[in-house]
Design a protein around this ligand. Structure first.
Ligand SMILES: *Cc1c(COP(=O)(O)O)cnc(C)c1O
Length: 367
Protein backbone atom coordinates (compact mmCIF):
# COMPACT_ATOMS: atom_id res chain seq x y z
CA UNK A 1 0.00 0.00 0.00
CA UNK A 2 1.22 3.51 -0.84
CA UNK A 3 0.52 6.27 1.68
CA UNK A 4 -1.42 8.36 2.35
CA UNK A 5 -4.17 5.89 1.54
CA UNK A 6 -7.90 5.80 1.84
CA UNK A 7 -9.40 2.39 2.29
CA UNK A 8 -13.01 1.72 1.26
CA UNK A 9 -14.52 -1.31 2.92
CA UNK A 10 -16.96 -2.44 0.26
CA UNK A 11 -18.60 -5.09 2.47
CA UNK A 12 -19.55 -2.34 4.92
CA UNK A 13 -20.92 -0.08 2.17
CA UNK A 14 -22.94 -2.97 0.79
CA UNK A 15 -24.37 -3.68 4.25
CA UNK A 16 -25.22 0.00 4.89
CA UNK A 17 -26.97 0.12 1.53
CA UNK A 18 -29.03 -3.03 2.15
CA UNK A 19 -30.21 -1.66 5.48
CA UNK A 20 -31.23 1.76 4.13
CA UNK A 21 -32.83 0.32 0.98
CA UNK A 22 -34.92 -2.05 3.12
CA UNK A 23 -36.06 0.67 5.52
CA UNK A 24 -37.16 2.79 2.56
CA UNK A 25 -38.82 -0.13 0.79
CA UNK A 26 -41.19 -0.52 3.75
CA UNK A 27 -42.38 3.02 3.07
CA UNK A 28 -42.70 2.53 -0.68
CA UNK A 29 -39.61 4.67 -1.25
CA UNK A 30 -36.93 4.00 -3.89
CA UNK A 31 -33.35 4.92 -3.06
CA UNK A 32 -31.19 6.82 -5.53
CA UNK A 33 -27.65 5.94 -4.40
CA UNK A 34 -25.72 9.22 -4.39
CA UNK A 35 -22.04 8.66 -5.19
CA UNK A 36 -20.77 12.24 -5.40
CA UNK A 37 -18.44 11.81 -2.41
CA UNK A 38 -16.38 9.15 -4.21
CA UNK A 39 -15.07 10.96 -7.30
CA UNK A 40 -16.63 8.42 -9.63
CA UNK A 41 -15.45 5.23 -7.93
CA UNK A 42 -16.89 2.35 -9.92
CA UNK A 43 -16.24 -0.04 -7.02
CA UNK A 44 -18.35 2.02 -4.66
CA UNK A 45 -21.11 2.29 -7.27
CA UNK A 46 -21.07 -1.50 -7.66
CA UNK A 47 -21.34 -1.95 -3.88
CA UNK A 48 -24.44 0.29 -3.90
CA UNK A 49 -25.93 -1.79 -6.70
CA UNK A 50 -25.19 -5.04 -4.87
CA UNK A 51 -26.87 -3.48 -1.84
CA UNK A 52 -30.07 -2.98 -3.83
CA UNK A 53 -29.81 0.46 -5.45
CA UNK A 54 -31.42 0.74 -8.91
CA UNK A 55 -30.52 4.37 -9.73
CA UNK A 56 -27.12 6.02 -9.21
CA UNK A 57 -27.06 9.76 -8.62
CA UNK A 58 -24.06 12.03 -8.99
CA UNK A 59 -23.52 15.77 -9.21
CA UNK A 60 -20.85 15.54 -11.94
CA UNK A 61 -21.38 14.22 -15.42
CA UNK A 62 -17.77 12.88 -15.58
CA UNK A 63 -18.62 10.59 -12.67
CA UNK A 64 -21.77 9.30 -14.35
CA UNK A 65 -19.69 8.67 -17.43
CA UNK A 66 -17.47 6.36 -15.37
CA UNK A 67 -20.59 4.34 -14.50
CA UNK A 68 -21.68 4.04 -18.13
CA UNK A 69 -21.39 0.27 -18.29
CA UNK A 70 -23.14 -0.40 -14.97
CA UNK A 71 -26.61 -1.92 -15.45
CA UNK A 72 -28.64 0.74 -13.61
CA UNK A 73 -30.15 4.11 -14.44
CA UNK A 74 -28.16 7.26 -13.80
CA UNK A 75 -29.38 10.58 -12.44
CA UNK A 76 -27.57 13.91 -12.59
CA UNK A 77 -28.39 15.52 -9.25
CA UNK A 78 -26.85 18.94 -9.77
CA UNK A 79 -29.04 21.03 -12.07
CA UNK A 80 -27.18 20.88 -15.39
CA UNK A 81 -25.08 23.58 -16.98
CA UNK A 82 -26.59 24.76 -20.27
CA UNK A 83 -23.19 24.06 -21.82
CA UNK A 84 -23.23 20.38 -20.85
CA UNK A 85 -26.69 19.50 -22.23
CA UNK A 86 -25.26 17.16 -24.87
CA UNK A 87 -23.33 15.09 -22.29
CA UNK A 88 -26.24 15.11 -19.86
CA UNK A 89 -28.59 13.33 -22.26
CA UNK A 90 -25.80 10.98 -23.30
CA UNK A 91 -24.67 9.85 -19.84
CA UNK A 92 -27.69 10.48 -17.61
CA UNK A 93 -31.16 8.97 -17.99
CA UNK A 94 -32.68 11.45 -15.57
CA UNK A 95 -31.70 14.91 -14.34
CA UNK A 96 -32.93 17.34 -11.71
CA UNK A 97 -33.90 20.64 -13.33
CA UNK A 98 -35.31 24.06 -12.62
CA UNK A 99 -34.61 26.20 -15.71
CA UNK A 100 -36.84 25.90 -18.77
CA UNK A 101 -34.03 27.11 -21.07
CA UNK A 102 -31.89 24.19 -19.95
CA UNK A 103 -34.77 21.74 -20.22
CA UNK A 104 -35.36 22.92 -23.81
CA UNK A 105 -31.68 22.35 -24.59
CA UNK A 106 -31.85 18.85 -23.06
CA UNK A 107 -34.91 18.13 -25.19
CA UNK A 108 -33.13 19.25 -28.37
CA UNK A 109 -30.03 17.18 -27.61
CA UNK A 110 -32.11 14.13 -26.70
CA UNK A 111 -34.07 14.34 -29.94
CA UNK A 112 -30.80 14.48 -31.89
CA UNK A 113 -29.76 11.08 -30.54
CA UNK A 114 -33.25 9.59 -30.52
CA UNK A 115 -33.66 9.49 -26.75
CA UNK A 116 -36.25 10.76 -24.32
CA UNK A 117 -34.54 12.28 -21.31
CA UNK A 118 -36.35 12.22 -17.98
CA UNK A 119 -36.82 15.39 -15.96
CA UNK A 120 -37.43 15.78 -12.26
CA UNK A 121 -38.61 19.36 -11.83
CA UNK A 122 -37.07 20.79 -8.67
CA UNK A 123 -39.29 22.82 -6.38
CA UNK A 124 -37.86 24.86 -3.54
CA UNK A 125 -39.99 24.39 -0.43
CA UNK A 126 -37.82 26.55 1.79
CA UNK A 127 -34.13 25.60 1.86
CA UNK A 128 -33.38 28.21 -0.85
CA UNK A 129 -30.84 26.30 -2.87
CA UNK A 130 -32.06 24.98 -6.26
CA UNK A 131 -35.62 24.77 -7.53
CA UNK A 132 -38.60 26.93 -8.43
CA UNK A 133 -39.94 28.60 -5.31
CA UNK A 134 -43.13 26.71 -4.54
CA UNK A 135 -45.38 29.77 -4.78
CA UNK A 136 -43.93 30.91 -8.11
CA UNK A 137 -43.82 29.67 -11.71
CA UNK A 138 -44.28 25.90 -11.15
CA UNK A 139 -47.35 25.40 -13.38
CA UNK A 140 -46.13 27.68 -16.17
CA UNK A 141 -42.90 25.66 -16.29
CA UNK A 142 -44.78 22.35 -16.37
CA UNK A 143 -46.87 23.64 -19.26
CA UNK A 144 -43.72 24.45 -21.24
CA UNK A 145 -42.07 21.10 -20.44
CA UNK A 146 -45.13 19.23 -21.70
CA UNK A 147 -44.67 20.84 -25.14
CA UNK A 148 -41.23 19.29 -25.58
CA UNK A 149 -40.66 15.99 -27.40
CA UNK A 150 -37.19 15.05 -26.17
CA UNK A 151 -37.98 15.10 -22.47
CA UNK A 152 -40.49 13.48 -20.19
CA UNK A 153 -41.66 15.01 -16.92
CA UNK A 154 -41.10 11.96 -14.73
CA UNK A 155 -41.41 13.67 -11.41
CA UNK A 156 -41.01 16.60 -9.11
CA UNK A 157 -38.48 16.89 -6.33
CA UNK A 158 -36.96 19.03 -3.67
CA UNK A 159 -33.77 19.36 -1.68
CA UNK A 160 -33.52 20.30 1.99
CA UNK A 161 -30.97 20.72 4.77
CA UNK A 162 -28.24 21.77 2.34
CA UNK A 163 -28.06 25.52 2.08
CA UNK A 164 -30.69 26.93 4.44
CA UNK A 165 -30.29 23.93 6.80
CA UNK A 166 -34.08 23.55 6.80
CA UNK A 167 -35.30 20.34 8.46
CA UNK A 168 -37.60 18.12 6.37
CA UNK A 169 -41.11 18.16 7.81
CA UNK A 170 -44.60 16.90 7.16
CA UNK A 171 -45.40 20.49 6.18
CA UNK A 172 -42.63 21.24 3.66
CA UNK A 173 -42.65 17.79 2.00
CA UNK A 174 -46.45 17.89 2.17
CA UNK A 175 -46.28 20.97 -0.07
CA UNK A 176 -44.57 18.84 -2.68
CA UNK A 177 -47.32 16.22 -2.55
CA UNK A 178 -49.97 18.97 -2.93
CA UNK A 179 -48.19 20.40 -5.94
CA UNK A 180 -47.98 16.95 -7.54
CA UNK A 181 -51.76 16.49 -7.10
CA UNK A 182 -52.44 19.93 -8.59
CA UNK A 183 -50.19 19.28 -11.60
CA UNK A 184 -51.89 15.94 -12.25
CA UNK A 185 -55.37 17.50 -12.11
CA UNK A 186 -54.54 20.63 -14.07
CA UNK A 187 -52.75 18.90 -16.93
CA UNK A 188 -54.44 15.51 -16.75
CA UNK A 189 -51.14 13.66 -16.57
CA UNK A 190 -49.63 11.34 -14.03
CA UNK A 191 -46.42 12.17 -12.21
CA UNK A 192 -44.57 8.99 -11.30
CA UNK A 193 -41.97 10.25 -8.89
CA UNK A 194 -41.86 12.58 -5.92
CA UNK A 195 -38.20 12.86 -4.99
CA UNK A 196 -38.33 14.03 -1.39
CA UNK A 197 -34.78 15.05 -0.63
CA UNK A 198 -31.56 13.56 0.71
CA UNK A 199 -30.49 11.52 3.76
CA UNK A 200 -31.92 14.17 6.07
CA UNK A 201 -35.45 13.24 4.91
CA UNK A 202 -34.96 9.85 6.58
CA UNK A 203 -35.71 11.68 9.84
CA UNK A 204 -39.38 11.64 8.79
CA UNK A 205 -39.26 7.85 8.58
CA UNK A 206 -37.70 7.82 12.07
CA UNK A 207 -40.62 9.91 13.35
CA UNK A 208 -43.13 8.03 11.20
CA UNK A 209 -44.15 11.34 9.63
CA UNK A 210 -43.21 10.78 5.98
CA UNK A 211 -46.04 12.27 3.87
CA UNK A 212 -47.79 9.66 1.74
CA UNK A 213 -46.78 10.11 -1.88
CA UNK A 214 -43.05 10.66 -1.37
CA UNK A 215 -41.66 7.67 -3.27
CA UNK A 216 -37.99 8.49 -3.85
CA UNK A 217 -35.09 9.76 -1.77
CA UNK A 218 -31.59 10.59 -3.03
CA UNK A 219 -29.25 9.19 -0.43
CA UNK A 220 -25.51 9.55 0.03
CA UNK A 221 -24.49 10.16 3.64
CA UNK A 222 -26.74 7.45 5.09
CA UNK A 223 -25.17 4.86 2.77
CA UNK A 224 -21.61 6.03 3.39
CA UNK A 225 -21.80 6.60 7.17
CA UNK A 226 -25.15 5.19 8.30
CA UNK A 227 -25.75 8.68 9.64
CA UNK A 228 -28.80 10.94 9.59
CA UNK A 229 -27.09 14.26 10.21
CA UNK A 230 -30.19 16.36 10.85
CA UNK A 231 -31.05 14.35 13.98
CA UNK A 232 -27.43 13.28 14.51
CA UNK A 233 -28.52 9.67 14.83
CA UNK A 234 -27.09 6.44 13.47
CA UNK A 235 -29.14 3.85 11.63
CA UNK A 236 -29.09 0.55 13.55
CA UNK A 237 -26.71 -2.05 12.14
CA UNK A 238 -24.81 0.31 9.83
CA UNK A 239 -21.07 1.05 9.84
CA UNK A 240 -19.65 4.54 10.25
CA UNK A 241 -16.11 3.43 9.40
CA UNK A 242 -16.42 2.07 5.86
CA UNK A 243 -13.86 4.70 4.83
CA UNK A 244 -10.53 4.86 6.61
CA UNK A 245 -7.59 7.17 6.01
CA UNK A 246 -4.08 5.84 6.65
CA UNK A 247 -1.17 8.28 6.94
CA UNK A 248 2.51 7.67 7.56
CA UNK A 249 4.48 9.19 10.44
CA UNK A 250 7.46 11.26 9.25
CA UNK A 251 8.55 12.76 12.58
CA UNK A 252 8.17 12.01 16.30
CA UNK A 253 9.66 14.55 18.75
CA UNK A 254 9.34 15.66 22.35
CA UNK A 255 8.46 19.38 22.26
CA UNK A 256 6.65 22.09 24.22
CA UNK A 257 2.89 22.45 23.61
CA UNK A 258 2.90 26.23 23.20
CA UNK A 259 4.83 27.76 20.30
CA UNK A 260 7.80 29.93 21.29
CA UNK A 261 8.12 33.59 20.25
CA UNK A 262 5.84 36.31 18.90
CA UNK A 263 2.58 35.11 17.23
CA UNK A 264 1.55 36.15 13.70
CA UNK A 265 -0.87 34.47 11.30
CA UNK A 266 -0.50 30.77 10.46
CA UNK A 267 -0.26 29.40 6.90
CA UNK A 268 -4.06 29.69 6.55
CA UNK A 269 -4.26 33.32 7.76
CA UNK A 270 -5.58 32.42 11.21
CA UNK A 271 -4.04 33.60 14.46
CA UNK A 272 -3.60 30.35 16.39
CA UNK A 273 -4.17 30.06 20.11
CA UNK A 274 -2.36 27.35 22.12
CA UNK A 275 -2.64 26.38 25.77
CA UNK A 276 0.57 25.57 27.60
CA UNK A 277 0.13 21.92 28.56
CA UNK A 278 3.81 21.31 29.21
CA UNK A 279 5.95 19.02 27.11
CA UNK A 280 4.31 16.49 24.81
CA UNK A 281 5.29 13.85 22.30
CA UNK A 282 4.26 15.07 18.91
CA UNK A 283 4.02 13.15 15.67
CA UNK A 284 3.78 14.53 12.16
CA UNK A 285 1.95 12.56 9.47
CA UNK A 286 2.57 13.17 5.78
CA UNK A 287 -0.87 14.49 4.88
CA UNK A 288 -2.36 17.98 5.04
CA UNK A 289 -5.21 20.33 4.44
CA UNK A 290 -4.93 19.95 0.69
CA UNK A 291 -5.86 16.27 1.03
CA UNK A 292 -8.12 16.23 4.05
CA UNK A 293 -9.68 18.32 6.82
CA UNK A 294 -8.50 17.82 10.43
CA UNK A 295 -11.90 18.97 11.75
CA UNK A 296 -13.65 16.08 10.06
CA UNK A 297 -11.46 13.12 11.01
CA UNK A 298 -10.79 11.12 14.16
CA UNK A 299 -7.87 8.81 15.02
CA UNK A 300 -8.91 5.17 15.44
CA UNK A 301 -6.47 5.01 18.39
CA UNK A 302 -8.39 7.06 20.96
CA UNK A 303 -5.17 7.98 22.82
CA UNK A 304 -4.14 10.20 19.91
CA UNK A 305 -5.26 13.82 19.65
CA UNK A 306 -5.19 15.91 16.47
CA UNK A 307 -3.52 19.26 17.17
CA UNK A 308 -3.96 20.71 13.70
CA UNK A 309 -2.52 20.77 10.24
CA UNK A 310 -1.00 22.87 7.52
CA UNK A 311 -1.14 22.14 3.77
CA UNK A 312 1.06 19.05 3.96
CA UNK A 313 1.61 18.23 7.65
CA UNK A 314 -0.79 16.77 10.20
CA UNK A 315 0.35 17.36 13.78
CA UNK A 316 -0.68 14.91 16.49
CA UNK A 317 -0.26 14.60 20.24
CA UNK A 318 0.77 10.99 20.89
CA UNK A 319 1.96 11.52 24.46
CA UNK A 320 -0.43 8.86 25.81
CA UNK A 321 0.78 6.21 23.38
CA UNK A 322 4.07 5.45 25.19
CA UNK A 323 6.50 3.96 22.64
CA UNK A 324 3.84 2.36 20.47
CA UNK A 325 4.67 4.42 17.36
CA UNK A 326 7.89 5.05 15.45
CA UNK A 327 8.76 6.92 12.26
CA UNK A 328 7.50 4.94 9.26
CA UNK A 329 4.48 3.54 11.14
CA UNK A 330 1.00 4.51 10.05
CA UNK A 331 -1.95 6.03 11.87
CA UNK A 332 -5.57 5.38 10.85
CA UNK A 333 -8.45 7.82 10.96
CA UNK A 334 -12.20 7.45 10.66
CA UNK A 335 -13.59 10.18 8.43
CA UNK A 336 -16.69 12.29 8.35
CA UNK A 337 -18.39 13.11 5.02
CA UNK A 338 -16.41 16.30 4.33
CA UNK A 339 -13.09 14.54 4.92
CA UNK A 340 -14.09 11.62 2.68
CA UNK A 341 -14.98 14.07 -0.08
CA UNK A 342 -11.60 15.84 0.27
CA UNK A 343 -9.63 12.58 0.33
CA UNK A 344 -11.45 11.01 -2.59
CA UNK A 345 -11.00 14.08 -4.77
CA UNK A 346 -7.31 14.53 -3.87
CA UNK A 347 -4.85 13.30 -6.47
CA UNK A 348 -2.32 12.71 -3.73
CA UNK A 349 -4.27 10.06 -1.87
CA UNK A 350 -4.08 6.43 -2.97
CA UNK A 351 -7.46 4.75 -2.99
CA UNK A 352 -7.92 1.08 -2.14
CA UNK A 353 -10.89 -1.20 -1.88
CA UNK A 354 -10.91 -3.84 0.83
CA UNK A 355 -13.33 -6.68 1.27
CA UNK A 356 -13.66 -9.71 3.47
CA UNK A 357 -11.25 -12.36 2.27
CA UNK A 358 -9.74 -10.27 -0.51
CA UNK A 359 -6.43 -8.43 -0.87
CA UNK A 360 -6.73 -4.64 -1.04
CA UNK A 361 -6.73 -3.36 -4.60
CA UNK A 362 -6.60 0.09 -6.16
CA UNK A 363 -10.05 1.46 -6.95
CA UNK A 364 -11.09 2.46 -10.42
CA UNK A 365 -11.99 6.14 -10.51
CA UNK A 366 -13.70 8.63 -12.75
CA UNK A 367 -11.73 11.36 -14.51
C1 LIG B 1 -25.75 15.65 -2.29
C2 LIG B 1 -27.14 15.56 -2.70
C3 LIG B 1 -27.94 14.51 -2.23
C4 LIG B 1 -27.44 13.49 -1.23
O1 LIG B 1 -27.26 14.10 0.03
P1 LIG B 1 -26.91 13.26 1.35
O2 LIG B 1 -27.18 14.22 2.44
O3 LIG B 1 -25.50 12.88 1.25
O4 LIG B 1 -27.82 12.09 1.38
C5 LIG B 1 -29.24 14.44 -2.70
N1 LIG B 1 -29.73 15.34 -3.58
C6 LIG B 1 -28.99 16.36 -4.05
C7 LIG B 1 -29.60 17.31 -5.01
C8 LIG B 1 -27.68 16.51 -3.61
O5 LIG B 1 -26.95 17.53 -4.08
Amino acid sequence: MKYPAIEINLSKIRRNTEIVVNICKNYGIDVVGVTKVSNGSVDLAKAYIEGGVRILGDSRIENLKAYESLPVRKMLIRIPMLSEAEDVVRYADISLNSEIEVIRALSREAEKIGKVHEIILMIDVGDLREGIYYENEVFETVEEILKLKGVKLTGIGTNLTCFGAIIPSRENLGRLVDIKDKIERKFNISIEVISGGNSSSLCLIQKDEMPKGINQLRIGTALILGLIEVTWTRIAGTYIDAFKLIAEIVEIKRKPSKPIGEVAMDAFRNVPVFEDEGEMIRAICAIGKQDCDPNFMEPVDKRIRILGSSSDHLILDITKCKDDYKVGDTISFVLDYVAILRCMTSNHINKYAVEKGKVAYAVEEGK
